[in-house]
Design a protein around this ligand. Structure first.
Ligand SMILES: Nc1ncnc2c1ncn2[C@@H]1O[C@H](COP(=O)(O)OP(=O)(O)O)[C@@H](O)[C@H]1O
Ligand SMILES: [Mg+2]
Length: 348
């Protein structure tokens, strides 16, 4: 007890009472060397001092500590908290109380940090969004001005400006659609509708849908050898279609003329399926790779190439895959190509 620095108020009162009553009893014993008197003094003093000290500590220390705990938990005490304050708190030493307060402060600090980073994220998102919206709107404004200033008289140049305006309107529509998708995913408006399906069939559906664009660029699509055997996954088919469509469109967009796209599907040991889409295009420099899944992030190369795109595609993919509790990664080498891979559960 003497070595224990972490004394509760009651223990502290008992210890002090023990020391003081021993001292008093010994002093009395010097004058009246009678064991019975000694014992009587000791007991009477111990009880009196313990009682007084306990009341004082309870009133001035423990009640204030209780108040601190009430402030920390903020909410009205639940049944559990009430029991805690009644039975556990009185047994706590000052050091334990300090530890609890420190733990609470740390927790609050983490919460504030998270709120600050969310706020930062929100600001950045709005900044990017207004930038992405401004660019096509200003272009459309410019083309309309040129048309109004007389270009409308010349049919061929009028058509050129109308086409350019249309392309910018298309870009705005795509942007709004992508933002709609990402917001719906975020507020969990459309919960995942999972069921069992063959992943190769979905890959084929996406490729068939893009066949015209593949032909235009003379890009060959194939499954890697040994990856054609049907493999089942347990996931939201429509959303996975969206993911594959984004990834294969990227492989096509950022791939080269006469290039190739290869899909591979592997059944992993821990009931997971790994799906990879590879291209032999320009590749992505290493410094960009960690940021590709950020909203609106596009490499400078992709920006200057004017191949459309909102920079939201991979952010949407990540959202969908993570909602399935899985992960998505990119491997790439400049002038060699890019592989985007993600996992899905094989069974429900
Ligand atoms: N297969 C790929 N090859 C090269 N670069 C790619 C590939 N896939 C994605 N990227 C890069 O990642 C960026 C983000 O992709 P994404 O989110 O789909 O946006 P985007 O709308 O530009 O396609 C692209 O702008 C591009 O710079
Ligand atoms: Mg894309």
């Amino acid at each position: 007890m003497f070595k224990d620095k972490n004394l509760s108020p009651k223990q502290l009162a008992a210890l002090t009472a023990l020391l003081l009553s021993s001292l008093i009893a010994i002093s009395v014993f010097v004058w009246f060397p009678d064991w019975k008197v000694l014992l009587a003094y000791f007991l009477a003093c111990f009880v009196a001092i313990y009682f007084i000290l306990d009341q004082i500590l309870d009133h001035f220390v423990y009640r204030k500590i209780k108040l601190i705990y009430k402030l920390i938990s903020q909410t009205k005490a639940s049944k559990r908290e009430e029991a805690y304050q009644k039975y556990i708190l009185p047994k706590k030493g000052i050091d334990e109380v300090r530890e609890d307060v420190e733990e609470w402060a740390e927790q609050k600090f983490e919460e504030i940090k998270k709120l600050q980073s969310n706020e930062e994220f929100r600001k950045e998102f709005l900044q990017n969004l207004s930038h992405e919206i401004k660019t096509p709107i200003f272009s459309i404004q410019g083309y309309l001005e040129i048309l109004g200033d007389g270009a409308i008289e010349n049919t061929s140049s009028a058509l050129k400006y109308i086409n350019k305006s249309q392309a910018n309107v298309q870009r705005l529509v795509q942007l709004v659609n992508d933002i709609d998708i990402i917001t719906n995913l975020e507020i969990n408006k459309e919960p995942l509708l999972k069921h069992q399906f063959i992943i190769q069939d979905t890959i084929r559906d996406v490729v068939n849908n893009l066949s015209l664009k593949l032909e235009q660029k003379n890009v060959q699509f194939s499954f890697k050898k040994g990856c054609e055997n049907p493999i089942q996954v347990f996931a939201d088919k429509n959303k996975i279609y969206q993911v594959l469509s984004n990834i294969i469109t990227n492989a096509l967009k950022y791939g080269k003329q006469d290039g190739e796209i290869i899909a591979s599907v592997y059944l992993l040991e821990d009931k997971k399926v790994l799906i990879e889409i590879s291209d032999n295009g320009a590749g992505i420099a290493e410094e960009h790779i960690p940021r590709l899944f950020e909203r609106f992030y596009r490499t400078d190369d992709a920006r200057s190439r004017e191949v459309g795109g909102t920079g939201l595609g991979l952010a949407i993919c990540k959202h969908i895959i993570e909602a399935h509790g899985e992960s998505i990664q990119v491997r790439s080498k400049i002038n060699v190509g890019t592989t985007v891979g993600f996992t899905l559960p094989s069974k429900g």
